[in-house]
Design a protein around this ligand. Structure first.
Ligand SMILES: Cc1cc2nc3c(=O)[nH]c(=O)nc-3n(C[C@H](O)[C@H](O)[C@H](O)COP(=O)(O)OP(=O)(O)OC[C@H]3O[C@@H](n4cnc5c(N)ncnc54)[C@H](O)[C@@H]3O)c2cc1C
Length: 383
């Protein structure tokens, strides 16, 4: 078990409150939501908002708790104990993907109307960046917002959007100029109750089954200019910064999820007798588990180093990209290895390991694939 140098009694109180909520209000319902292919986010977020879990870092002026990145890490660690990947992801979309740019660059109007509602859990947010022809290469996106007086007229489509069928607003990146280069994009808050918005499809997925992932379509949707986050032409830069909050959230999900899975696997192989002895007696398996917990511990300590960098106001893009790269690839290895140790039982849907195997596969793809993280790191190294 990891030793604690960083968390105080106050952090542990917050940890306990979130853990209790997860154990009482989320985990008992996960199987039902996974089966249904959707979770009641409006209801769930309302409860979490009332308890202050959705605005840990945000300004109390807008209903936030005004706490630091250590508290945010506590929150991310605790939601990572949820018994599936989809619900932690849905929550992280609300706290670390759809709202950081509104908090950092949005007007008072956007903060009062959307950030506050997201913090209170009165609105569900989604982040709309990816398009059918623009995933890893974000700058290839085609959705266009054409200025027309006091509005932007939005046309195009987005795909793989988490919380997409339930979202009340989207934080959306669109092109606002045909010029090449990174200054041709703007970031918007797009309410989903406006004419011209359509959920074209709810997507069927390998894993993250209780997360509703959607393809969205915009047909002459008139977004008020007041819904632009910050300056026109700066959206790409804002989104690159917002990605740092998103990618950071993947780190606790990786080491907590991995540790939980290892714990369950150890329980299983303690009880499973093969060739006359419990499987845990096999040194080869114990050594493999030790290798994984060692690597997860490194990831945890890198995460805490990143928190210290963030608290010191330093840029942590290099370290966050490294953590996302290592965490994604590590979880692929651990999920595969834990399933193997369960034998045929690991292949059964009733076992959590099979869900873990399906869900964790996303970490090295979503929010910037491992290869994209490698490109970012290589660039920062000057290679
Ligand atoms: C379940 C799910 C939920 C998602 N949620 C959201 C969401 O809420 N909002 C949103 O905007 N997006 C979301 N996404 C999209 C996700 O971020 C993209 O899938 C991801 O960025 C990869 O883009 P792509 O799928 O277009 O892959 P592509 O860009 O087509 O890349 C395919 C593969 O090519 C490889 N590759 C890419 N670039 C390089 C490179 N430079 N060098 C070498 N190899 C490379 C990688 O292995 C990559 O996986 C979600 C995706 C999924 C599956």
């Amino acid at each position: 078990m990891s030793k604690n140098l960083y968390f105080t009694k106050e952090h542990e109180q917050v940890r306990k409150a979130i853990r209790d909520f997860v154990n009482k209000r989320i985990n008992p319902f996960v199987d039902e939501w996974e089966e249904a292919g959707i979770a009641p986010l409006n209801e769930l977020f309302k409860e979490m908002g009332e308890l202050g879990f959705l605005g840990i870092r945000y300004d109390p002026k807008y209903g936030g708790e005004g706490l630091d990145y250590w508290y945010e890490t506590v929150m991310l660690e605790e939601i990572s104990h949820i018994r599936c990947g989809a619900i932690p992801m849905a929550i992280a979309v609300q706290t670390n993907m759809a709202t950081p740019a509104i908090d950092e660059f949005g007007s008072d109007y956007l903060k009062e109307k959307y950030l506050q509602a997201a913090i209170r859990g009165e609105m569900v947010g989604a982040i709309a960046v990816t398009e059918p022809d623009a995933g890893s290469d974000v700058a290839a996106l085609k959705t266009f917002a054409r200025r027309d007086g006091d509005v932007y007229v939005l046309n195009g489509s987005k795909t793989y959007i988490t919380n997409g069928t339930q979202a009340d607003f989207l934080t959306l990146l669109a092109r606002t100029s045909e010029e090449p280069g990174y200054r041709s994009f703007s970031l918007f808050v797009v309410p989903t109750d406006m004419p011209g918005f359509k959920v074209s499809k709810k997507l069927d997925k390998l894993g993250m089954r209780s997360s509703d992932t959607a393809e969205l379509y915009f047909d002459d949707l008139r977004v008020p200019v007041a819904h632009r986050i910050g300056e026109e032409g700066e959206g790409f830069i804002y989104q690159m910064q917002q990605f740092q909050h998103e990618r950071f959230s993947a780190l606790p999900m990786a080491y907590i999820g991995g540790e939980d899975m290892i714990r369950e696997t150890v329980d299983y192989i303690r009880g499973r007798v093969v060739f006359g002895k419990p499987l845990i007696k096999k040194q080869v398996l114990r050594h493999r588990l030790v290798q994984w917990v060692s690597e997860l511990e490194c990831l945890r300590q890198l995460t805490y180093h990143i928190v210290r960098l963030k608290e010191a106001g330093q840029d942590a893009t290099r370290e966050i990209s490294m953590g996302k790269l290592l965490g994604g690839d590590l979880l692929n290895k651990i999920a595969d290895g834990c399933l193997q140790m369960h034998g045929g039982m690991g292949f059964m849907n009733e076992m959590r390991v099979s869900r873990f195997f399906r869900d964790t596969r996303l970490i090295s793809i979503g929010g910037g694939a491992s290869e994209v993280m490698s490109d970012v790191i290589a660039k920062l190294e000057g290679w």
